[in-house]
Design a protein around this ligand. Structure first.
Ligand SMILES: [Zn+2]
Length: 46
């Protein structure tokens, strides 16, 4: 899944939220379990 844009630690095991899962996020994101930063996840979809 890659590493965090903020702390550069591994995002494995972090909380993943698919696009629109919370109603307003047009992009899927992953919340870093180390620092809490939202990392946009490229899904390859239009
Ligand atoms: Zn982080």
């Amino acid at each position: 899944m890659g590493e965090c844009i903020n702390c550069q630690q591994d995002l494995a095991g972090s909380d993943f939220t698919p696009a629109w899962a919370d109603g307003s996020n047009s992009e899927a994101y992953c919340v870093c379990r180390h620092c809490g930063t939202r990392n946009i996840v490229e899904t390859g979809q239009e």
